[in-house]
Ligand binder design. Structure first.
Ligand code: ADP
Length: 227
């Protein structure tokens, strides 16, 4: 646990607690992701992948258990501290890009850096270098609507990495793309992750993509087990 970037212990989570329609989603999750490790989270829809990722990324709180990010216990921390940790240490990617439509690709990567008090010139240089790494530098000044689905996701990867997080959490990051595009976009995500030495927890239905990660786990009745 000493070098774990993410450490979850005994995480439980139910929705509608105490009500007749209570759903017990996570029933004691123990999971560590080491520095530089890329873990595939494979589970059918409804198994609790998003719930787990939201708790790991400090967007939601568990009913019980502890969440350590970069060795810091985030359990029960005030919102301001959790928000700061999320902004500095965690990058998120979703199945849909969620880029801001009125801003260009470059601006979508610059904005989170400005929000983190990075100087504009530095933020723009970093955004251009990230776009270069994922092979779409010539698209820097295009708005999302003028980009293909694969290009939109590549911009979303760059945005997630803009503030140099230690942990990347991805929820079906290529699930919205056709198989050939999904493969290429996934390769470019993995290259970016490997180049930065980032730790990642990536939810996917795709067993071929999962096999390219360092370790594969699944959710079974609210517990993490090896695939
Ligand atoms: P996955 O990402 O694996 O598809 P989720 O974590 O989204 O799974 O959901 C797990 C289960 O919890 C599902 O049965 C879902 O219907 C239920 N669930 C998720 N969010 C809520 C919520 N806000 N209120 C009630 N039930 C929810």
């Amino acid at each position: 646990m000493s070098n774990a970037v993410l450490d979850l212990r005994g995480i439980t989570k139910s929705y509608n607690r105490g009500a007749p329609n209570e759903v017990s989603v996570l029933q004691g999750i123990d999971l560590s992701v080491a520095a530089g490790e890329v873990v595939a989270l494979v589970a059918p829809s409804g198994a609790g992948k998003s719930t787990l990722l939201h708790i790991a990324g400090l967007l939601d709180v568990p009913d019980s258990g502890t969440v350590h990010i970069c060795g810091q216990d985030m359990t029960g921390q005030p919102d301001a501290r959790r928000t700061a940790a999320r902004r500095n240490d965690v990058g998120f990617i979703y199945q849909f890009h969620h880029l801001l439509p009125e801003f260009t690709a470059l601006e979508n990567i610059v904005l989170p850096q400005l929000a983190n008090a990075t100087a504009r010139a530095v933020a723009e240089a970093r955004a251009r270098s990230l776009l270069e790494e994922v092979g779409i530098a010539p698209r820097a000044d295009h708005r999302p609507a003028a980009l293909s689905g694969g290009e939109q996701q590549r911009v979303a990867f760059c945005r997630a990495l803009a503030n140099q997080p230690r942990l990347l959490l991805a929820d079906e990051p290529t699930g919205n793309l056709d198989p050939a595009t999904s493969d290429q976009v996934f390769e470019s995500l993995m290259a970016l992750v490997r180049a930065t030495g980032l730790s990642a927890l990536i939810a996917t239905h795709n067993l071929e993509l999962a096999a390219r990660m360092d370790r594969q786990i699944r959710l079974d009745a609210g517990h993490v087990v090896p695939l």
